[in-house]
Design a protein around this ligand. Structure first.
Ligand code: PXP
Length: 248
């Protein structure tokens, strides 16, 4: 695969959201993950939340068993999640902030103020061979802290940019995009691998995909929603096409 290849990680959380709406077995997130894999996903992302509102422990067991592509296991920095991650040793662990009352992950992780605690938290995960990624805002202070604690990857939160785009706040969208551009380059200059995600759609993906330092996008909610209308494989194919076009 060329060095310019931008990886697409497909987040399957919201297949589980639909399943859990009725408490049964379908739609099955594992089936979605396998289908995404067949359709060319470079990885699968799943967030095991403390309240298990979508992905379940059994889903993670199943994903570890059936996937051929890497699993990016999203989790909060809690002892419970650390234990689960150490049991499974997924390819990557993405540390995200988590609040029970939020609808989705609202902001980036506060790394700078929790530096010591997080450094100790991620050390055993790194020792177990997991690539540790930290989900953060496009904020130089947080990126420097992520670097200092020994993370290999940062994932930049694209939510504020996507929200501004959706609400037609052009100036805000422009300044958010500029911050993402500058901070991608800054993180890369420190030797961090740069990923991005949250809220990305066909309308917002290309400016982010065009940043040469970004190696991976993690996209879930929009793709799963779009799959209702056109199926997961065509929905992903269009995202892939847009990403490749932006990459030039
Ligand atoms: N990356 C991270 C770290 C996330 O927490 C999420 C949402 O779970 C995503 C990417 C995907 O966001 P979305 O579902 O809005 O595409």
């Amino acid at each position: 695969m060329s060095d310019n290849h931008l990886r697409l990680g497909v987040n399957i959380d919201h297949v589980a959201t639909v399943r859990n709406a009725r408490g049964g077995a379908y739609p099955d997130p594992l089936r979605a993950a396998k289908l995404a894999e067949e359709a060319g996903a470079d990885g699968i992302t799943a967030h095991l939340r403390e309240d298990r509102r979508h992905i379940s422990d059994a889903d993670i067991d199943g994903l570890m068993e059936v996937l051929s592509v890497p699993l990016n296991f999203e989790m909060a920095a809690t002892p419970e999640m650390q234990k689960i991650a150490l049991r499974h040793k997924p390819h990557a662990v993405c540390i995200v902030p988590e609040k029970r009352e939020e609808r989705t992950t609202e902001g980036g992780l506060e790394v700078a103020r929790e530096e010591n605690k997080l450094a100790h938290f991620i050390a055993p995960l790194r020792d177990a061979g997991c690539r540790v990624s930290i989900f953060i805002a496009a904020d130089q202070r947080q990126i420097e802290a992520a670097h200092r604690i020994g993370a290999e990857v940062i994932e930049l939160h694209t939510g504020a940019y996507c929200d501004a785009m959706a609400e037609g706040h052009d100036d805000k969208a422009k300044s958010e995009l500029e911050a993402l551009r500058e901070m991608s380059a800054f993180a890369h200059s420190l030797g961090l691998e740069v990923h991005a995600g949250h809220g990305l759609t066909y309308d917002t993906v290309q400016p982010i995909a065009a940043f040469p330092e970004v190696r991976e996008l993690n996209i879930g909610h929009f793709l799963i929603g779009e799959a209702i209308f056109r199926g997961l494989t065509p929905a992903m194919a269009e995202m892939r096409r847009l990403m490749d076009e932006a990459r030039g």
